[in-house]
Design a protein around this ligand. Structure first.
Ligand code: SAM
Length: 231
C-alpha cells in the first residue's frame, strides 16, 4: 500500500495503452476500486447506479425470455453483473478492448462480476468489430466504452457514435431489440442522430442526476429500438 491508502491490483500495457486497477482505502475504512484506462479515469465504484441502470433500463424494454445481451466494455463489471442478475437473460457477451482487464476478471479481481457464471462470455475485442460480426444477434446491446460520445477514452471510438457506427450497432439487434448508450453528460445530439436513422424507433434520452463530492452531475442513457415487428 502507498502512503495515501492506494493499493495497485493490476497494471499492464498493450496496444491500447495502459490499464490500471487499484483500490483506495479512505481513513474511515471504506474502500473504492478505481479503473484508469490509457491515462484517463474510466470509473470507480463509489456510485454505480447509472452503470446498473444501463442494464436495467434496456432490459425493462425487452420483452420475452432467453435474452441475449452484449455489454461493451467490461469496466469494473457492474453492467454485466446487473444483466446477469435478470433471470430472463440467457447469454451475456462482454466485448472488452483490454486483455489484462479480462484476465483480472477471470482471477476474481472484479468482485461484483460472477466470472464463473456459464451465461457469461468475456471477449477481448473492440466492441465495434464485435457488433459488425453479430448481425441480428442481440436483444440488448449496452455500450459504456467512453465517458460519453463527447468525452472519448480512445479517439478510435468516435466511429461508434457516427451514423455508420450506430447503424452497425442497431443491425446487431434482433428486430425489437434495444441499444443503450451511457454518457457522463446529456447527449441529445446522439438521440437525434439515432432518431434520424432508418429502421430505428422509440428513441429516448434519460437524464440521470448523480451527486459526487457534494456536486450534482447529469449523466444520461440514450435508448433506441430496432424497428419492426417484435419476435
Ligand atoms: C467506463 S468502463 C465500463 C464500465 C462498465 N459499464 C461497468 O459497469 O463497470 C469502459 C470500458 O470500456 C473499455 N473500452 C473502451 N473502448 C472500447 C472498445 N472500443 N471496445 C471494447 N471495450 C472498450 C475500457 O477498456 C473499459 O474497460
Amino acid at each position: 500500500m502507498f502512503d495515501d491508502g492506494l493499493v495497485e491490483l493490476g497494471r499492464a500495457s498493450g496496444a491500447h495503452g495502459e490499464v490500471v486497477l487499484r483500490r483506495r482505502t479512505h481513513p474511515d475504512g471504506t474502500a473504492v476500486t478505481e479503473l484508469i484506462v490509457d491515462g484517463v479515469f474510466a470509473m470507480d465504484d463509489v456510485d454505480t447506479a447509472t452503470e446498473r441502470a444501463l442494464a436495467t433500463e434496456a432490459l425493462a424494454r425487452c420483452p420475452g425470455e432467453r435474452l441475449r445481451v452484449l455489454v461493451g466494455g467490461l469496466g469494473l463489471g457492474w453492467t454485466a453483473a446487473t444483466a446477469l442478475a435478470d433471470p430472463r437473460v440467457a447469454e451475456v457477451d462482454v466485448a472488452e478492448l483490454q486483455g489484462p482487464l479480462v484476465e483480472w476478471a477471470g482471477r476474481g479481481l472484479l468482485p461484483v462480476l460472477p466470472a464463473d457464471d456459464p451465461r457469461l462470455a468475456l471477449h477481448v475485442i473492440d466492441v465495434a468489430d464485435h457488433l459488425a460480426a453479430s448481425p441480428g444477434r442481440y436483444d440488448a446491446a449496452l455500450l459504456d466504452v467512453d465517458n460519453g460520445p463527447g468525452f472519448l477514452v480512445h479517439r478510435t471510438n468516435a466511429g461508434l457514435y457516427s451514423p455508420a457506427g450506430l447503424t452497425t450497432a442497431i443491425a446487431a439487434l434482433r428486430v425489437g431489440g434495444v441499444l443503450a448508450v451511457w454518457s457522463s453528460d446529456p447527449a441529445p445530439q446522439l438521440a437525434d442522430r439515432l432518431a434520424g436513422l432508418p429502421g430505428v424507433a422509440d428513441v429516448e434520452h434519460l437524464a440521470l442526476p448523480v451527486e459526487r463530492d457534494g456536486r450534482r452531475f447529469d449523466y444520461a442513457i440514450v435508448l433506441a429500438r430496432r424497428a419492426g415487428a417484435p419476435r
